[in-house]
Design a protein around this ligand. Structure first.
Ligand code: B12
Length: 148
């Protein structure tokens, strides 16, 4: 099976570049085919790249605290552009100030994100969760095709 393709980048007007490089390195080392859009990425740029490359997931970072505003409508945008089922992940310092992470997670999941990660999440764990999710999607698609 081919390595899974994921589109990564830092959303909105956010210019924090270091975490993005760390994620690129770790994901690449774990055999993901990483399409890295860098910083200050718009929702449409992630979606364009996902469509062009047939990516299985979009992995959004937000570091400067405005993640909620930047991510509003991302799932709906994916649906409108024909990739409504794509896996959506988000992580980083998603909001300003100190909040219970479970509140943040609930908020982003309600916005259609499949998984929401705190800034200190173990990236090895993130890689294994993403692989599991992607395998599950591929298996479900294969089963659906087999039934047709
Ligand atoms: C360096 C820095 C800057 C530099 C950035 C230079 C550059 N081009 O990279 C400059 C000076 C430009 C800057 C500007 C600003 N910054 Co600044 N900055 C930092 C600082 C000191 C370090 C960031 C860093 O590189 N960390 C190291 C990397 C490795 O960590 P990381 O970025 O968090 O990424 C990791 C995790 O978050 C996680 N992760 C990230 N995304 C994802 C996604 C997924 C799916 C997963 C699983 C994990 C994950 O994994 C990454 C790798 O380990 C932090 C404070 C800090 N100690 O973190 C503040 C900080 C991020 N900045 C902050 C702020 C507020 C700003 C400004 C708004 C300040 C201002 N008023 O102008 C501006 C925003 C500018 C903009 N448009 O983006 C705040 C954010 C507050 C919040 N979110 O609640 C912080 C936390 C400082 C603070 N304590 O207040 N900043």
């Amino acid at each position: 099976m081919q390595n899974p393709t994921i589109v990564i980048g830092v959303i909105g007007a956010d210019c924090h570049a270091v975490g993005n490089k760390v994620l690129d390195r770790v994901f690449t080392m774990h055999n993901f085919n990483v399409i890295n859009l860098g910083v200050m990425v718009s929702q449409d740029e992630y979606i364009d790249a996902a469509i062009e490359t047939g990516a299985q997931a979009i992995v959004i970072s937000s570091i400067y605290g405005h993640g909620e505003v930047d991510c509003i409508g991302m799932r709906e945008n994916c649906v409108e552009r024909g990739i409504g089922e794509i896996l959506l992940y988000v992580g980083g310092n998603l909001v300003i100030g100190k909040h219970d992470f479970s509140e943040i997670e609930t908020k982003f999941k309600a916005m259609g994100f499949n998984r929401v990660f705190a800034p200190d999440t173990d990236l090895e764990l993130v890689c294994s969760l993403m692989k599991r999710d992607i395998d599950h999607v591929i298996q479900t698609e294969e089963t659906a095709e087999g039934m047709q």
